[in-house]
Design a protein around this ligand. Structure first.
Ligand code: 5GP
Ligand code: ZN
Length: 113
């Protein structure tokens, strides 16, 4: 837990967010600036600055299992959904706490811009 970190404060409950799923390891919140009709952020409770800082592979299993579970529960599979990890400023990462974007509800271009 880092007091300087927005997603740590959200995970701890001291900062407000629209939480759609929560378990002992992961929270899923609605993005405040959605880029698709459904735009969620899948966030491990443990503070890791980016994908590059992950050493324990169970972090990925917790995060990706939560993402797929939420996608299924929200009925997103038929229309398709996209999972995105921006790692580093050059790739567009703006919040330095690991998170996976879950986007759905529109057609997505490939490759992403
Ligand atoms: P990144 O750019 O690091 O890949 O993704 C960070 C995401 O966090 C962005 O999509 C941004 O809109 C979202 N975000 C930034 N501040 C807040 C906030 O205070 N609350 C929520 N729910 N999302 C936020
Ligand atoms: Zn954090």
């Amino acid at each position: 837990m880092s007091r300087d970190c927005l997603f740590c404060r959200i995970a701890e409950g001291s900062e407000r967010a629209d939480i759609v799923y929560s378990d002992p390891d992961v929270i899923v919140i609605r993005d405040i600036h959605p880029r698709a009709p459904v735009h969620l952020l899948v966030i491990p409770r443990q503070h890791l600055g980016s994908a590059d800082e992950v050493e324990d592979p169970s972090v990925w299993s917790s995060v990706m299992n939560a993402a797929v579970r939420v996608a299924r529960d929200m009925g997103l599979c038929a229309g398709g959904y996209r999972l995105v990890v921006n790692c580093g400023a050059g790739a567009g990462q703006t919040v330095s706490h690991l998170h996976v974007h879950l986007l759905a509800g529109r057609i997505f271009q490939w490759p992403p811009g």
